[in-house]
Design a protein around this ligand. Structure first.
Ligand SMILES: [Zn+2]
Length: 137
């Protein structure tokens, strides 16, 4: 007998659903199904890339548009309150991202950045096939 209330159950379901649709998981699942094997969040590399395809000398960052300040992106719109705080935070994220990409390139890695908004329903397919094209290039 399941003793949990309806509410608890639906909360639980919601958690599962949102976990499986995070941008990072979409990319991971796609690559895995295509036969790619990878490391996750490799601490030995600058910026701890989300996905590391060692065989292809490629690392992939999956960036949230807001946190990483995606240029010209509606998803990156800043919240109205406390906007100075966010601005500073986002600018420092951008600078860190740039530095990491530079260091990785110097180490011989090809760096791909995927933005959260590129994984929205209508764009997802072309974004994902684009990754594969770049990886095997
Ligand atoms: Zn974006």
């Amino acid at each position: 007998m399941d003793n949990r209330t309806k509410e608890q159950r639906s909360k639980c379901m919601k958690n599962i659903r949102s976990k499986n649709t995070t941008p990072e998981l979409i990319v991971r699942k796609f690559l895995y199904n295509k036969g790619y094997r990878y490391r996750l969040h490799d601490k030995k590399l600058p910026g701890k890339p989300d996905i590391v395809l060692r065989k292809f000398n490629t690392v992939i960052f999956i960036n949230g548009c807001f946190w990483h300040g995606h240029k010209n992106c509606s998803e990156a719109k800043k919240p109205k309150s406390n906007s100075e705080f966010w601005k500073t935070k986002i600018v420092s994220n951008q600078q860190r991202d740039m530095k990491n990409i530079e260091s990785l390139s110097k180490l011989g890695w090809r760096v791909l950045t995927i933005w959260e908004c590129q994984l929205q329903k209508d764009l997802m397919e072309s974004t994902l096939s684009d990754i594969v094209n770049k990886v095997v290039e």
